[in-house]
Design a protein around this ligand. Structure first.
Ligand code: FES
Ligand code: FES
Length: 911
């Protein structure tokens, strides 16, 4: 068999049944990615004879006699193809996992195909960008700027890894091989609830190439939570690496470790497991009812399970004032119950990693994680290892969205590496991602609200039932967050919360962008609109009369005592103005028949810029011999842009340019600590640590230059890669040389403990058209205003907002994990789940409030997760405005809308 890959002749023979994607990766073409292995995502796109194909669907032998081009060979002689350059100019990527495939498809389009990008790009999914920047690349737009020395902060500088990303040279978790590596496959439970009586390994161990079968008998008998938080009290200890009780379909039962994935899979098939089936419950309301089967009956409050005898993992109850009395006296009231569904993060890179023990006896884990330092801590605890004998690090991570603030694979990797003494790899499939990682918490939210005749809120009450699935990772903190800022943003003398999280025999829920707020906002923001409607005032006006303003307490019962949340800046009023103006601006006329109803809707959100109770980040920076700087931080890059922002902060503080800042990050071997890249803390917390380190070093440079020149340090300033003392200019390179001559290192460190915290704000507006005959929705206008403080990198921040809105639109309109009555996920594939593609996402106009935060680094606030939060609520309000019907369940799919539309408009359709 002969074929040409990127202009080179090959005569290798693929293995029987091997797909082209695997074959190419085994030849070292790591730009060919795996996102689904089912032809649904396009991450594996290559060109065959110039035509884009999904290489996961092509048997490798079919390449015989053809010319194959991967991203690494798109440009001649290792240069940059015009499409790669267009993606760089527009910065049409975030995590970059989809980018190689996307570029190859875009590069192959002819003029006719470019006229219909919705159809032409339907085979390439991007979970991060919302596609607007990709369209910009195809339109030849430039979104990047440059910056003079000291002027980096606030400029739209490109991501440092951009050139590697567009050429397929950026290395993600699985883009490496290790000599002698074994592969892990998991046997997963087919039962929602069962006790494992025995596991017969004999037949599995007889499979050629199988090295080990690991079961609960081989794993440490230690409870922990897969959730990673700085403080253990936040999550229940209810999970083991492997255990003898399974609580959901998909839970890991055993790990087979083998020379090849095929042998490991065959080993899994040959395991004989004897289960004793236990009663199960998949509905959260039934789970907390008397007599329900108990899912964690052995757990107690000591393991931080609130009431194991009622399947309640966490609950919160409290009241300010007297809500019942206030509702009785209100001029207008509203009550409604809303339900939200399970949705998946769907990061294109699945969970997984590699582990090995190095000659110094250190357990190394390279994984797709947002929390390397906390994962190291957990592994050291579980396996009784000194922390310095465990190293956890990540390369570039292909999307996270909170889903990788968990330890789903690293424990198995560590166990397998320790037991076999060999390097091991575990890469979850897309199906495992759906059935065995985590999802957003589905919630049932009842809201009661009242206002007086002047439009002042007098009562706000939330009754929440959240479904954590089989394990309680993030259950309590998500609930607190959901019931916190959603009503804390409104002044109201009477507030009440009753909220419960139930265990069920279903796939666990966990951290997901927005952390509970999108669910409760759907109800709260609907209630605010309904009150406005009842009073005959605008949705903007009722919010202006009731939102908190600087000086107002941000209260929600039972009162968390978070006195460290301050108004570091305030731009919610501006956000409302910006959205109102943009929604009123003239829009192009769209011809629609009388079957289409048009309406507007808005919703707002407030979010604390840091999770509560401890989020710690260290940063260190040193002057290199060449006059540049080396910056070391713990926070990870997974498309959130921290690697760009940290260099901007350091370059600004040190009066240099970003290319002089070399960044090392997300590796416990570098020392220091970082709680993790979640809760939008990469800028606000880790950025403050970087600012502190860089400003400290700037001070040291001035002192050093002052000593060298004899000029008072107060008369020394940093400017253009130099320190200027009086009339003398000493370049950083000269200072480095002088320091070396004195045997000194010029370096500094900074720490941020994530407190005090600020608040950030977002307002989303939609204009929609709804077909009263079919339930189809068209989005005619999407407007988003954000108060991100002084925006560190406008292009990048706009991308986070567009991506957040797009991801949330998916969950608002289409995405839903369907769970059957046994708790089985029946649609664990992108094809059946409907991840939004290019054609599904409208352009969102993004505006920024003009504020500078007194608490954030250089005036910046967080802005990665909150744009997600108001989307479903704003769209629900627009639907209600268009139709007069309050739809209360997401996703707003046509078949869910149609019955109510038909009831109201049935006879008038087509008129
Ligand atoms: S990996 Fe081939 S289409 Fe997703
Ligand atoms: S940039 Fe497209 S999936 Fe992350």
């Amino acid at each position: 068999m002969t074929f040409a890959i990127n202009g080179k002749e090959f005569s290798e023979s693929p293995r029987a049944g091997q797909c082209l994607r695997t074959f190419l990766r085994e030849l070292g073409h790591f730009g060919v990615k795996k996102g689904c292995d089912a032809g649904d995502c396009g991450a594996c796109t290559v060109l065959i004879d110039g035509e884009p194909v999904h290489s996961c669907l092509i048997p490798a032998f079919r390449a015989d006699g053809h010319v194959v081009t991967t991203i690494e060979g798109l440009a001649a002689d290792g240069g940059t193809h015009s499409m790669q350059q267009a993606f760089l100019d527009a910065q049409a990527f975030q995590c970059g996992f989809c980018t190689a495939g996307m570029i190859l498809t875009c590069a192959s389009l002819n003029q006719a195909q470019r006229q219909d990008l919705g159809a032409s790009l339907k085979g390439n999914l991007c979970r991060c960008t919302g596609y607007r920047a990709i369209e910009d690349a195809l339109d030849g737009k430039t979104n990047i700027e440059d910056a003079a020395a000291g002027g980096a902060f606030g400029r739209s500088l490109p991501a440092p890894a951009g050139p590697q990303v567009v050429r397929g040279a950026a290395r993600y978790t699985f883009d490496t091989t290790i000599e002698g590596m074994l592969h892990i496959k998991m046997l997963r439970s087919p039962h929602p609830h069962a006790k494992i009586i025995s596991i017969d390994k004999t037949m599995a161990l007889a499979v050629p190439g199988v090295h080990a079968v690991l079961t609960f008998e081989d794993a440490p008998d230690r409870l922990f939570s897969t959730a990673r938080h700085e403080r253990d009290w936040m999550d229940p200890d209810d999970t083991r690496v492997l255990e003898n009780v399974v609580r959901f379909i998909g839970q890991k039962v055993a790990a087979v470790v083998a020379e090849t994935e095929a042998a490991a899979e065959e080993g899994c098939r040959r395991l004989k497991v004897d289960y004793d089936l236990l009663p199960d419950v998949v509905d959260p309301a039934q789970a907390i009812a008397p007599g329900a089967p108990l899912i964690h009956s052995d757990k107690t409050r000591e393991q931080r399970v609130a009431d194991a005898q009622r399947n309640i993992v966490a609950e919160t109850h409290g009241e300010y004032g007297d809500v019942a009395a206030a509702l009785a006296q209100a001029a207008v009231t509203y009550e409604g119950t809303f339900t939200t569904q399970r949705v998946q993060h769907a990061a294109l890179e699945t969970h997984g990693g590699l582990a090995w023990i190095d000659p110094a006896g250190v357990l190394n884990v390279r994984s797709s994680t947002q929390t390397p330092f906390l994962t190291r801590r957990a592994l050291a605890d579980i396996f009784d290892l000194p922390p310095d004998k465990v190293r956890v690090f990540c390369e570039r991570v292909g999307g996270g969205f909170g889903g990788k603030q968990e330890m789903f694979v690293e424990d198995i990797l560590a166990l397998a590496a320790i037991k076999t003494g060999r390097p091991v790899k575990l890469e979850l499939t897309r199906e495992e991602q759906f059935i065995a990682t985590s999802t957003r918490h589905p919630m049932r939210v009842t809201v009661k609200a009242g206002a007086d005749k002047d439009g002042k809120l007098t009562a706000l009450q939330l009754d929440v039932l959240s479904n954590t699935g089989a394990y309680g990772n993030h259950a309590g903190p998500v609930l607190l967050h959901a019931c916190g800022e959603s009503i804390g943003v409104y002044n109201c003398p009477n507030k009440k919360v009753d909220a419960v999280v139930a265990y069920t025999n279903t796939v666990p829920s966990g951290a997901f962008r927005g952390y509970g707020l999108p669910q409760t906002l759907l109800a709260v923001e609907a209630a605010i609109n309904e009150l406005a409607k009842g009073l005959g005032i605008s949705p903007y006006e009722i919010r202006r009369r009731n939102i908190v303003k600087p000086g107002d307490p941000m209260r929600s019962p039972p009162g968390s005592g978070h006195t460290d949340v301050l108004y570091g800046s305030y731009g919610l009023d501006q956000c409302l103005d910006l959205v109102e103006r943009a929604m009123q601006a003239e829009a192009p006329n769209i011809e629609l028949s009388n079957d289409w109803l048009i309406g507007d809707g808005i919703a707002l959100t407030m979010i604390d810029t840091v999770p509560p109770d401890g989020h710690i980040a260290d940063a260190r920076i040193s002057l290199r011999e060449d006059g540049g700087f080396e910056l070391t931080v713990g926070t990870a890059e997974f498309g959130n842009g921290t690697s760009t922002v940290h260099r901007q902060i350091a370059a600004t503080a040190l009066a240099t340019t970003v290319d002089q800042i070399r960044l090392k990050q997300s590796d416990t071997a570098y020392g220091g600590h970082d709680t993790g890249a979640y809760g939008s803390t990469g800028t606000f917390v880790a950025g403050r640590a970087t600012q502190a380190a860089a400003e400290s070093l700037a001070g040291d440079l001035k002192t050093f230059a002052s000593d060298a020149t004899g000029i008072d340090p107060g008369s020394c300033v940093l400017e253009n890669d130099s320190v200027i003392c009086g009339k003398q200019r000493l370049s950083f390179a000269q200072l480095a040389e002088m320091a070396r001559g004195q045997g000194k290192m010029l370096r500094a460190s900074g720490t941020s403990e994530g407190t005090p915290r600020s608040v950030a704000f977002n307002v989303q507006g939609f204009r929609v058209a709804v077909n009263k005959g079919t339930g189809e929705i068209k989005i005619l206008k999407s407007v988003h205003a954000a108060d991100a403080g002084r925006v560190a990198n406008p292009m990048q921040c706009r991308g986070q907002i567009e991506g957040g809105v797009a991801q949330s639109l998916g969950a608002t309109l289409y995405e839903e994990m369907v769970i059957d009555d046994r708790g089985r996920v029946v649609n664990p594939k992108f094809r059946d789940y409907h991840l939004p593609s290019f054609a599904d996402i409208p352009r969102t106009e993004v505006f920024f409030a003009d504020t500078t935060d007194s608490l954030g680094p250089m005036g910046a606030k967080s802005m990665s997760e909150s744009p997600y939060n108001p989307v479903a609520a704003a769209l629900g309000n627009a639907l209600a405005d268009a139709t007069g019907i309050r739809f209360t369940a997401v996703p707003f799919k046509p078949d869910r809308l149609w019955p109510l539309l038909h009831e109201k408009f049935g006879s008038k359709v087509g008129s």
